[in-house]
Design a protein around this ligand. Structure first.
Ligand code: PGA
Length: 251
């Protein structure tokens, strides 16, 4: 059994005070929830304060990005060791918004995934097709290229070292969630690609999140699919009550 991993991607939302207020309201709602990994992914500026507050809890922290170099003259960038130092266990890499606004490509994503692994972080590597690619029947081809390029040359020893997030771009922030069947079809394809790359054991253990308009109302049906192992949640993770309902989808 794969342990579900449910993550709140806050994107460019919340000051330090707002992040702390969220945690204050969120923690009591999570009492008794122990069989899944819950991850908060705030802006960099709120990481340290949240790390202090979450130290005695099982909630993990993630960063939204990193740079692949360890130090040097790279104005505006954050090194993998700095992300670890700020208290993170996870890091999102290659989110479609970074691909769209910051021209991130999969060869670059691959360098970041490698840097994250070297630093001992768990990369959440994002992949997903656009609406026009889906309409042209290119979804599987696009996913295959993203996986091949994003994971090129990488080696992992344990399935827990990496998470893949399937986020169809047409479902992000649009309210149009993929149906559970549409998502499952791609998730099982991804697992098969992983099996061909790293073998059966890693493929069986690797967690694949779905992302794109996940809400309290649709989480349970997505999680009922055999290859969906969690969610990367944007908009619906900004309110404690809404995100808690997503985390407790089966209760
Ligand atoms: P959304 O965002 O839940 O607001 O669609 C998901 C994401 O971008 O990770």
């Amino acid at each position: 059994m794969r342990r579900p991993v449910i993550a709140a991607n806050w994107k460019m939302h919340k000051t330090i005070a707002q992040a702390l207020q969220f945690v204050k309201e969120f923690l009591p709602l999570l009492e008794g929830v122990e069989d899944r990994d819950v991850v908060l992914i705030p802006p960099f500026t709120a990481l340290h304060a949240l790390a202090e507050t979450l130290r005695t809890t099982s909630i993990k922290l993630g960063a939204q990005n990193l740079f692949w170099e360890e130090e040097g003259a790279f104005t505006g960038e954050i090194a993998p060791s700095m992300v670890v130092d700020a208290g993170c266990t996870y890091v999102v890499i290659g989110h479609s918004e970074r691909r769209k606004y910051f021209q991130e490509t999969y060869p670059l994503v691959s360098k970041k995934v490698q840097a994250a692994l070297t630093a001992g972080l768990i990369p959440i590597m994002c992949i997903g097709e656009s609406l026009s690619e889906r309409k042209k029947g290119k979804t599987f081809e696009v996913i295959k290229n993203q996986i091949t390029e994003g994971l090129k040359g990488l080696q992992i020893q344990r399935s827990e070292q990496l998470v893949i997030a399937y986020e169809p771009i047409w479902a992000i922030g649009t309210g149009h969630t993929a149906t559970p069947e549409q998502a499952e079809e791609v998730h099982s394809f991804i697992r098969e690609l992983i099996r061909r790359t790293w073998g059966k054991e890693i493929a069986n253990g690797l967690r694949i999140q779905y992302g794109g308009s996940v809400k309290p109302e649709n989480m349970a049906e997505l999680m009922a699919m055999p290859d969906i192992d969690g969610a990367l949640v944007g908009g619906a993770s900004l309110k404690p009550d809404s995100f808690a309902r997503i985390v407790k989808y089966d209760q």
